[in-house]
Design a protein around this ligand. Structure first.
Ligand code: SF4
Length: 378
């Protein structure tokens, strides 16, 4: 989301605006700490620039951020993609070129997970109309992108607020129909319980949809999932992964997981660890729980900081182990890799691959890896 929004904002401002924009994050207290650090560094590196902060930290901690001496102004989250907020012309002047285009099709969230501050920062769920999504994709394909990634704060809720009954599966089908030459469409984080039947069908059977699903699981124990006010139980996740893997054996799964949620005991943590192996999670974002003021979980009995850190690192180690096994199984099999700027690229299943010297950025190349080098296939 941040990449997609950052591109839109820099397109609105142009390259020589003399403005530095920090699109801040507030998902954890660590993210807010890094926002402050980024603001200080941006000011040090650009003493004469106009420094504007927008995003969720600027929303949730507005007074504290506005009081920082480095900050010249704040633009509220709601207005940050509106050219008028930046005194910019209505048509963007330039678009940054990426091999992979991040298209934000939805923003905000209608849920109320007990640990989460995001709905306070981004408001209720709003979906982009199909024609706007198609226009954004077209712009990036013309700009040279070879892969499209659909993103959103709660991506699977796309369509709920639009007239009609369209769901994310309908949007994906429409994109594939409208851009027959687009060979790589990827989905960012999905709430498994909200995946509609058509979307599941496309993930399972459509080769142009990349075999890579990132689930916002959060935990592997039902009691903790209930205390988080998630809508799924572990069995749902297990059944979904099983169905998809049966239909598409080369699919790779990733997940967001929280370590040390309030009231988590050793048994709950063991279930969380067990989920990594059971579901075969090879990509993961592990978040050590940190209380966000004003959220229900912040008032629940907390787990000691040290224990949270230890559990997060155990989860990361378990993911690394499962990932290593997976990489080894990929050796000797051809992968279709999209070349990026740094001499590496990602396969459809999002395994990172080192590329032969001279591979042009944006090219899709077939690589049959023979070894693993520093966590990369080569
Ligand atoms: S689904 Fe839950 S975790 Fe995700 S943004 Fe909404 S409230 Fe936050």
């Amino acid at each position: 989301m941040n990449l997609a929004e950052g591109d839109r904002i820099s397109a609105l401002l142009g390259t020589d605006s003399g403005t530095v924009v920090v699109n801040s994050c507030a998902v954890t207290s660590e993210a807010v700490r890094q926002t402050r650090q980024t603001i200080r560094r941006a000011r040090r590196d650009n003493p004469a620039a106009r420094l504007i902060v927008t995003g969720c930290a600027a929303e949730i901690e507005r007074e504290a951020i506005a009081a920082m001496p480095e900050v010249d102004g704040i633009i509220v989250n709601e207005a940050k993609l509106d050219p008028r907020a930046w005194n910019a012309p209505a048509t963007p002047v330039s678009v940054r070129r990426h091999t992979r285009a991040f298209i934000a099709v939805q923003n905000g969230c209608d849920h109320a997970c007990t640990f989460c501050i995001i709905p306070q920062g981004r408001g209720p769920s709003r979906s982009l109309a199909v024609r706007t999504v198609l226009r954004d994709i077209e712009r990036d394909l013309v700009g040279g992108a070879s892969e499209v990634v659909l993103t959103g704060v709660d991506l699977t809720s796309w369509g709920h607020d639009l007239p009609g009954t369209a769901r994310l599966g309908n949007l994906v089908a429409e994109i594939l129909r409208h851009f027959p030459a687009l060979s790589r469409l990827r989905l960012s984080s999905l709430d498994g319980i909200e995946i509609d039947p058509l979307l599941e069908e496309l993930i399972a059977g459509e080769p142009r949809v990349m075999p890579h699903v990132h689930l916002s699981l959060q935990h592997g124990h039902d009691l903790i999932l209930k205390r988080m006010k998630r809508r799924h139980l572990h069995d749902h996740a297990r059944a979904l992964v099983h169905r998809l893997r049966t239909r598409r054996p080369d699919i790779a799964f990733g997940a967001d997981l929280i370590a040390g949620f309030p009231t988590e005991d050793a048994g709950h943590h063991a279930a969380n660890l067990g989920a990594v192996d059971e579901l075969g999670l090879v990509h993961a974002h592990v978040f050590p729980y940190s209380p966000r003021p004003g959220t229900p979980a912040a008032r629940m009995p907390q787990v000691a900081r040290g224990l949270i850190k230890d559990r997060a690192s155990e989860l990361r180690q378990e993911v690394a182990r499962v990932r290593e096994d997976w990489l080894r199984r990929l050796l000797g099999h051809p992968l279709y890799v999209l070349a990026e700027a740094d001499g590496t690229g990602h396969a459809g299943n999002f395994a990172r691959v080192r590329l032969p010297l001279g591979t042009a950025r944006g090219e899709i190349v077939t690589i049959t890896p023979t070894r693993i080098e520093e966590g990369l296939l080569a």
